[in-house]
Design a protein. Structure first.
Lengths: 329, 318
């Protein structure tokens, strides 16, 4: 975490920072694809790629905090589905037709509330987080389908659709949001007492508790942040679509956890950082787009998930090799 | 309080199951008749089959998220070999072998490379489904002969054939856990892996076998599912890993390892199955199911925590 001995070699420092694995794979992928097809680097394509990655980045920031404390949240995909349904029902002119600000407040508020409930169940009720969020994953999806009654929601107000399709100084609004959130979370983890507490809780909860850190408070905060960021991700991604259906966010939790892990965050807690997770999201996002730009034809797109899976195994193996070197050194 | 009786969790599950069936019998008498129950049971066999090895894995504090994807991969292998003129029986054997190999790959990463099973199987969850999509190009394959459909739909000695596989799997898993040294080692690994290793137990070999068996069961489940539906497609079994884990955890197996048994898992599977079928029978609303099952899962672990809350003062400091 930053204060490595200056005498250690560059190679060792690279090997000891796990996010470089994702960075190296990302650089290689981009280099290979743009060598085959230079239009991969066109501004329009980069823009599309960033827009595609932005919602994942938002949730991955929260997920990184949760995983660093040694917990996990696999409810984010279903949460996104439910928040999308609530947002649509509140604001669509076919339904209640509420004002835009109300839609924003309710989406963010409901997200934070569900996150808070997750946090309370994990800490106060002491149910393991994988169970709490697995239960939520199932229950929230059911709730979404009950709310949607098998119908689509159309006609979101234009003001709300700005969050998904609008631009600020030529940069898509969702990308700006993601940049701001990444910056805030990076500062939070590095330069604030809360950030240090998050790592302390994940490294050794016993010592952290003895040092007077409230495990409960820290965990409740990270789950609530994740809920809030899922609300924000819903706000900037679902509004890109012209219709809301009940399948939004299915499998999203696995994508986010995968990106965070590929970015070098340790699943057992205490290790990892925001920038690594952003690199993880960019890497997995690039794989899908890259397959199209390599001009391998229609068949290649079916292999996207297989390649993503192999990349995760590669990142894991690289980490294994790095750790073995560290032990020998 | 003396701990003399160890099966309170199972008693509570059984009581819930009886309560549910009694209620169902009052409001929907048709639902509890034997023919309807046999008919509905076809929805349960794949879940039950996968839940047995999953119980053993979770007892060792591991997890296998890849079972749904392994199932899809095996189903696609079965479909593709049949299309190329391989008899379905040999195709089925190849599907099970594929499952074993896929599981062994998980096992190697968990036991030899020593990566957290959650990460390994998250990666292979994507990879196996991806390979299934890649080699089949997302295309459904059907037209299996009737003689093959027997595996999924036929019956033998008055029992559906898939039920025989499930009973065998449950019997073996239960006996291994209760009656063999290996069974004790599984609990030991779940409680304290390092200590178990230092006791000279071949932890790595046990884990390799467990994950391989889990993959093999997914292969068998794929054969049953394809035979029942007469279609093999790369999207089979999507999200099934979560159903399986829900059933196992509902059955009282601790997600942190060291605690759990097959009887609990059987009751967990039955409870989920009956709840699901009754809700869709009575209200005709499948989505209500998800809400009920999610809440039941959290509540069951919550209640367990409340009743077993006594030790570990430091935990409460947080």
């Amino acid at each position: 975490m930053g204060n490595h001995d200056n005498r250690t070699g560059l190679l060792q420092r690279v090997a000891s920072r796990r996010e470089y694995g994702a960075l190296a794979l990302l650089v290689v992928t981009v280099a290979v694809v743009s060598a085959v097809n230079p239009s991969f680097l066109a501004v329009g394509n980069i823009r599309d790629l960033l827009v595609k990655c932005a919602p994942t980045v938002l949730v991955a920031c929260g997920m990184t905090l949760v995983i660093v404390t040694g917990e996990i949240d696999i409810s984010v995909g279903s949460m996104m589905g439910l928040l999308a349904a609530i947002m649509g029902i509140m604001t669509s002119s076919d339904r209640w037709g509420g004002p835009v600000w109300l839609g924003v407040v309710v989406t963010l508020g409901a997200g934070a509330t569900i996150g808070l409930v997750n946090g309370l169940l994990v800490t106060v009720a002491r149910v393991p987080s994988i169970i709490v969020t697995l239960g939520m994953l199932t229950a929230l999806r059911g709730l979404t389908e009950l709310l949607m009654r098998g119908e689509w929601i159309e006609n979101l107000p234009a003001g709300l659709r700005f969050f998904g399709t609008g631009s600020v100084w030529g940069i898509p609004f969702c990308v700006v949001t993601a940049l701001v959130v990444v910056a805030l979370c990076a500062v939070l983890t590095r330069d604030t007492p809360l950030g240090r507490r998050i790592y302390a809780v994940g490294s050794n909860s016993h010592s952290a508790a003895l040092a007077g850190i409230s495990l409960r408070r820290v965990k409740i905060i990270v789950f609530t942040i994740t809920g809030l960021l899922t609300g924000l991700a819903t706000l900037v991604s679902v509004t890109q679509l012209s219709v809301i259906e009940s399948g939004i966010g299915v499998g999203f939790e696995l994508l986010v956890v995968t990106c965070v892990v590929v970015g070098g965050t340790s699943i057992s807690g205490g290790r990892g950082n925001i920038i690594g997770s952003v690199l993880g999201v960019l890497l997995l996002g690039t794989v899908g787009t890259a397959l199209i730009f390599l001009r391998l034809g229609e068949q290649a797109t079916y292999w996207e998930r297989a390649i993503q899976g192999v990349f995760i195994l590669l990142a894991v193996l690289a980490d294994h090799v790095a750790r073995r070197k560290e032990r020998l050194a | 309080m003396k701990r003399s009786f160890r099966y309170w969790h199972e008693v509570v599950l059984a009581a819930l199951l009886v309560g549910l069936l009694t209620w169902a019998g009052i409001v929907e008498p048709q639902f509890v008749r034997l023919p309807s129950q046999v008919e509905l049971s076809t929805h349960m066999w794949e879940l039950a089959l996968l839940a047995m090895p999953m119980t053993l894995i979770i007892i060792t504090a591991g997890i296998d998220l890849s079972v749904g994807s392994t199932l899809a991969l095996c189903a696609v292998v079965l479909g593709l070999t049949y299309e190329r003129g391989v008899p379905p029986v040999i195709g089925a054997a190849m599907a099970v072998m594929t499952g074993l190999a896929a599981g062994a790959l998980n096992g190697v990463f968990v036991a030899k490379v020593k990566v957290h099973p959650l990460i390994v199987t998250l990666a292979t969850l994507a990879a196996f489904r991806g390979i299934a999509e890649g080699i089949s190009q997302g295309r459904p394959m059907s037209g299996f002969p009737d003689s093959f459909a027997v595996i999924g739909r036929g019956s033998c000695l008055g029992l559906p054939i898939p039920a025989l596989f499930v009973l065998a799997a449950a019997g073996i898993a239960g006996l291994v856990l209760m009656k063999t040294p290996t069974g004790r080692f599984l609990y030991a690994i779940g409680h304290n892996e390092t200590a178990t290793r230092f006791s000279g137990i071949l932890v790595d070999r046990i884990k390799l076998w467990l994950y391989s068996l889990s993959g093999g069961s997914a292969g068998l489940a794929a054969v049953i599912l394809v035979a029942r539906r007469n279609t093999a497609k790369a999207d089979l079994g999507a999200g099934m890993e979560l159903d399986v884990i829900t059933a196992v955890v509902l059955g009282g197996t601790s997600i942190f390892g060291g605690r759990g048994n097959i009887l609990g898992t059987v009751l967990g599977v039955l409870l989920i199955h009956e709840t699901r079928e009754f809700v869709s029978w009575h209200w005709n609303r499948d989505e209500l199911n998800l809400v009920v099952i999610g809440i039941v899962l959290i509540a069951s672990v919550l209640l367990h925590q409340v009743f077993s809350r006594k030790s570990s003062r430091l935990d409460a400091m947080g």
